[in-house]
Design a binder for this molecule. Structure first.
Ligand code: NAP
Length: 246
């Protein structure tokens, strides 16, 4: 047992995360997949139905640095709807980091829908600078969207997440995929055994209520084991990084 909390060395999140070069770890058939979540100390991933309010400015910074390092960002349709997603990279420092890393100004935004119900009224679809890929198990009509939106039909009978990931890697050259949730999509990715790392912010709050935890669904049939990689702290939050033992 070691004491972790103390004075500690300050870290530069941008250097730390970009320096990991996580995309270099991508296998041939899918991107390297990292997930980023914030939860309350009692394990809830929402406060009043959204994640805002979990985590302070340091968590926002981690969120934006992870986005800035990713080739593509996946969010479930429930999260797109609840959080009203818009353009992925807006801050100048994020754009500058992507330029230094040789990445396109905007990561590909992607989502997976089995029912075909996509919240097309969110700002993301109205943004001409955004490129969106919708992996769909049912027809989706994206006519009228100002963003560059492509709908890719999921093959019937195949694991949907693996199919989406193979398309991202092979057809679009995505090496690092950041999954921003929500709990249902995270559960589906875990169930298909395609999550490599979890960045988890433990926010210094007890949320109470009946909101979801980190996973929701039945895809993860057996507990998944994790190896801790680091623990950082800022704003009273703990920033944990785990590797999945796939
Ligand atoms: N604290 C955090 O860090 C954090 C992060 C993200 C989200 N959240 C919160 O989480 C909530 C949303 O989470 P959620 O779990 O309801 O939604 P979600 O995971 O964002 O999206 C769920 C939807 O994904 C689709 N889907 C795609 N592949 C699937 C599969 N294999 N199995 C099942 N469904 C699949 C289904 O929609 P179709 O009907 O279209 O098929 C499903 O309803 C929001 O309140 C959000 O604020 C918190």
């Amino acid at each position: 047992v070691h004491r972790l909390i103390g004075e500690g060395e300050p870290v530069d999140l941008e250097q730390l995360i970009a320096g990991l070069a996580l995309g270099d770890r991508a296998p041939a058939d899918r991107p390297y997949v990292i997930a980023n979540f914030a939860v309350s100390v009692d394990g809830r991933s929402t406060l009043g139905g959204v994640s805002r309010g979990l985590g302070g400015e340091d968590d926002r910074r981690l969120f934006h640095v992870l986005r800035a390092c990713a080739d593509a960002v996946m969010a479930g349709t429930g999260t797109l709807r609840a959080e009203r997603y818009g353009r992925m990279i807006r801050r100048g420092e994020g754009l500058a980091l992507r330029e230094r890393l040789g990445l396109a100004a905007q990561p590909i935004a992607c989502t997976v829908t089995l029912s075909g119900s996509v919240p097309l009224d969110i700002p993301l679809f109205a943004d001409p600078a955004s490129r969106v890929v919708v992996y769909a198990g049912a027809p989706v009509n994206v006519a009228g969207a100002a963003a560059d939106v492509e709908v890719v039909a999921l093959p019937a009978g195949a694991p949907p997440m693996r199919a989406a990931l193979a398309d991202l890697r092979r057809r679009r050259g995505v090496r690092l995929l950041l999954c921003e949730g929500g709990p249902t999509v995270f559960d589906a990715l875990l169930g298909e055994g395609v999550v490599d790392e979890l960045f988890l912010t433990l926010a210094p709050v007890l949320a109470g209520g009946t909101g979801p935890g980190l996973t929701r669904g039945l895809a993860l049939r057996a507990p998944a084991s994790l190896d801790p990689e680091w623990v950082l702290q800022g704003d009273g939050s703990l920033f944990l990084r785990y590797r999945l033992r796939n």
